[in-house]
Design a protein around this ligand. Structure first.
Ligand SMILES: Nc1ncnc2c1ncn2[C@@H]1O[C@H](COP(=O)(O)OP(=O)(O)OP(=O)(O)O)[C@@H](O)[C@H]1O
Ligand SMILES: [Mg+2]
Length: 264
């Protein structure tokens, strides 16, 4: 693969590790060629609701008639399976086949671990290797949207995903608080530096003021896609492995509005 890349252009002087990433990226690109749009859900700050937004947005897009996949890219602390109540449903044979939940194709490393409470403890290089294995070996087929639930931080895991996946754009998640907004702005700047456009920002656990979302949108020059209110029921659905979008009218309306903006 490195040879192919070298022949392709002016990369003769490139460092071997860079060529390796380019080669992996080409392989992953081939594997994901049936996917029209790849959208990352991201914030460097933990716990703001990335997974909540990723899961419910995936089902919102699916309800609009789109073919949707949901990739849990939080390789070492996967949560999507818990949100969907679908642990251990997939077959660990290569190429990996996503499990299907109410029409949405889903993959998470948690599906291949026998005990959800067991920690996955890996150093940076191992995380990078797992991410590229995971991305390069999942057979998604044809999809309109792949929603990618990113891990928090701005280092190894999100960086590998940004390098390896040709993303169409990121949806940033913040809460109303200034601290969350600052971290979302930091995340947006990282994405832009990696050449990934910002589609817009969602304010989760919102009090309706949109102060966090407006701070992010003002700083990055992006759109406010919508607000998701602080909602105990949403939390209870997620904790119970039930998709709130499919079971709660308010949550459905909030995510439909965001999905319409994204699809538009
Ligand atoms: N709007 C909301 N109202 C009430 N609870 C919420 C809301 N959004 C998320 N939560 C709860 O907050 C917790 C954190 O949410 P979530 O796991 O989606 O965050 P995250 O950003 O993905 O976290 P991490 O950085 O660990 O991946 C979860 O228990 C979730 O159910
Ligand atoms: Mg998460």
């Amino acid at each position: 693969m490195a040879d192919e890349v070298q022949q392709a252009g002016t990369e003769q002087a490139m460092h071997p590790s860079f060529l390796k990433v380019l080669g992996q990226k080409q392989e992953i690109g081939k594997r994901l060629s049936g996917i029209k749009h790849k959208i990352g859900i991201y914030s460097a700050k933990g716990g703001v609701g990335k997974t909540t937004v990723a899961v419910n947005l995936a089902f919102a897009l699916s309800s609009m008639g789109f073919g949707v996949g949901l990739l849990d890219a939080d390789i070492d602390t996967p949560n999507v399976d818990l949100f969907l109540g679908m642990h251990g449903l997939s077959n660990p044979e290569y190429p990996l086949k996503p499990a299907v939940k109410d029409g949405v194709r889903v993959i998470s490393t948690a599906m291949f671990v026998d005990d959800q409470r067991k920690p996955i403890i890996w150093r940076g290089p191992m995380i990078g290797k797992m991410i590229s294995e995971f991305l390069g070996n999942t057979e998604w087929g044809e999809l309109d949207y792949l929603i990618v639930d990113l891990p928090p931080g701005t280092s190894d895991s999100p960086l590998s995903i940004m390098q390896l996946l040709d993303m169409d754009g990121f949806v940033l998640v913040t809460t109303p608080q200034h601290i969350a907004a600052v971290n979302a702005i930091r995340s947006g700047r990282m994405a832009k530096r990696m050449g990934i456009p910002i589609i817009g920002v969602v304010e989760n656990m919102s009090d309706g003021s949109a102060r966090g979302a407006r701070e992010v949108a003002g700083s990055l020059g992006c759109e406010v896609l919508g607000l998701i209110g602080m909602d105990r029921k949403l939390d209870e659905f997620s904790d119970g492995g039930v998709v709130a979008f499919l079971n709660d009218d308010l949550v459905r309306r909030e995510f439909e509005a965001i999905a319409r903006k994204i699809a538009g």
